[in-house]
Design a binder for this molecule. Sequence first.
Ligand code: ZN
Ligand code: ZN
Ligand code: ZN
Ligand code: ZN
Ligand code: ZN
Ligand code: ZN
Ligand code: ZN
Ligand code: ZN
Length: 279
Amino acid sequence: MQERSDAESRFSPATPSPARTTPTTLPSPSSPSPKHAFDFTRGCVHYSRGCKLRARCCGELFSCRFCHDLETPSHAMNRHLVQTVVCCSCDTEQPPGPSCSECGHNFGTYFCAVCRLYDDDVSKQQFHCDKCGICRVGGRDNFFHCDTCGACYSIELHNNHKCVPNSMQRNCPICYEFLFDSREAPQVLRCGHTIHRKCLDEYWAHGGYTCPLCKASVGDMQVAWEVLDQEIRCTPMPEEYASKRVAMLCNDCHASGEAPFHILGLKCQPCGSYNTRQL
Ligand SMILES: [Zn+2]
Ligand SMILES: [Zn+2]
Ligand SMILES: [Zn+2]
Ligand SMILES: [Zn+2]
Ligand SMILES: [Zn+2]
Ligand SMILES: [Zn+2]
Ligand SMILES: [Zn+2]
Ligand SMILES: [Zn+2]
């Protein structure tokens, strides 16, 4: 698996509803953690830790995989392949462990033996998900692993989202970054497709309200449709079109049928959505 950012993906797909109105359970991805996050005397800008990793790919020592990827843009370092670490206190090279086998120097308050992840800053609430195979942040109790979607989702989505097989095993439809181990928080849309929350915000701000993958409305559009209802009532079509009906397909409920023709929009009769296509 490619390593993308903090080893831990900052996961917390929130409830499906677009942008601002979304209650977020995000473990504040951008808020610097109180004590250790940027302790330059220990580790690097990415992690506070007491050892360096020997990258399997190029044999060099790096504080973390992000440091590796920054200095060696030609390839990404695989966290799982690290065979040895070097103690920052006594320079002893050794298999990954929580502390130095030689001098006892603590390598990191959080240690994942699978990911070879060390981090003193446990305010991130790191946890390793066996099914994901990587560490995530935000607290184990706040997430569950959805086997269908293929990743850890915020607990509030448990039995409360539309499952799309391997929904997280694909790229964000806006920025094309692989979602599964992205550091950016994803959001699960009503249709079950996933997208970075920040990409959705931007998309939404630019007027995008349909899923880039399936064209369903990304959130609850009830209010917008009511506004359109109102506008349509106030804007009757000229007489020659007044009784015209056209065939349409609804992007939200997938119903097809007829709707009164109106320049402002075609209303799906079964579900009330204006997210429709004229056929
Ligand atoms: Zn680093
Ligand atoms: Zn040591
Ligand atoms: Zn892990
Ligand atoms: Zn998981
Ligand atoms: Zn699911
Ligand atoms: Zn994105
Ligand atoms: Zn979709
Ligand atoms: Zn509909």
